[in-house]
Design a protein around this ligand. Structure first.
Ligand code: C5P
Length: 218
């Protein structure tokens, strides 16, 4: 089979990760979690002790570390300088700092270039993030923008992370605000993306709709 790139964008808690992984597995395609890449760089920045507001220093850390990420939808490892950071990049410290690091233009330039390489190499791949349809893969075969009510998103994330709903809701609102208002590649829906509100839909229903859209497009 030839090339096929599916771009899945949306805010956190919209169901992107679960849906993207399941869609990729069903298609026999690769899967790229670009959020994990921003999280891994954030982990390295926190470890280095540089000031998060020092864009030049943050950019330098990003350039110097060796970041590796797998693309197997059944399970992929993220390593920084050979250290597996799968667990730590989901923790509260990284989650609290990632939007600041992701707003640094040098970090985005670096990761967008890496993401394009991984996509070109994979051929068939589902890519999830915030700027995939608009910036990373503007020529994607299918662009999806997943949304869900704030309440549904907070409920899902708090169940995944085992933290209380109120704290999760506050964190989601804070990250959404930072992610949508940054100057470089803010979270936004590209004009040619199909919007899907997942508030009332189960994961399988969302995956089925996306498969249907792919079939329609041949
Ligand atoms: O998807 P996830 O919640 O893991 O993403 C973590 C953070 O990484 C987001 O809040 C956002 O700041 C950043 N991000 C981004 N661009 C992407 C993916 C993630 O800026 N393509």
């Amino acid at each position: 089979a030839g090339r096929c790139v599916v771009a899945v964008d949306g805010p956190s808690g919209s169901g992107k990760s679960t849906v993207s992984r399941r869609l990729a597995a069903g298609l026999g395609a690769r899967y790229l979690d670009t959020g994990a890449m921003y999280r891994a760089i954030t982990w390295a920045v926190l470890r280095s002790g540089v000031d998060l507001t020092d864009a030049a220093a943050v950019g330098k850390v990003a350039e110097e570390v060796e970041l590796r990420i797998g693309t197997d939808p059944q399970g992929y490892a993220v390593t920084v300088d050979g250290v597996n950071v799968d667990r730590e990049i989901r923790g509260p410290e990284v989650t609290g700092a990632v939007s600041a690091v992701a707003a640094v233009p040098a970090v985005r330039a670096l990761l967008v270039a890496r993401q394009r390489e991984l996509i070109n190499h994979a051929g068939r791949i589902v890519v999830e993030g915030r700027d995939i349809g608009a910036v990373v893969a503007p020529d994607a075969d299918l662009k999806v923008y997943l949304t869900a009510s704030e309440a549904a998103r907070a409920r899902r994330r708090s169940a995944e992370d085992a933290v209380d709903v109120a704290a999760t809701a506050a964190d989601l609102a804070r990250r959404d605000r930072l992610d949508s208002t940054r100057t470089v590649d803010p979270l936004r829906q590209s004009a040619d993306a199909v919007e899907l509100d997942t508030t009332e839909l189960g994961i399988d229903e969302v995956v089925d709709r996306l498969r249907g859209l792919l079939t329609e497009r041949g």
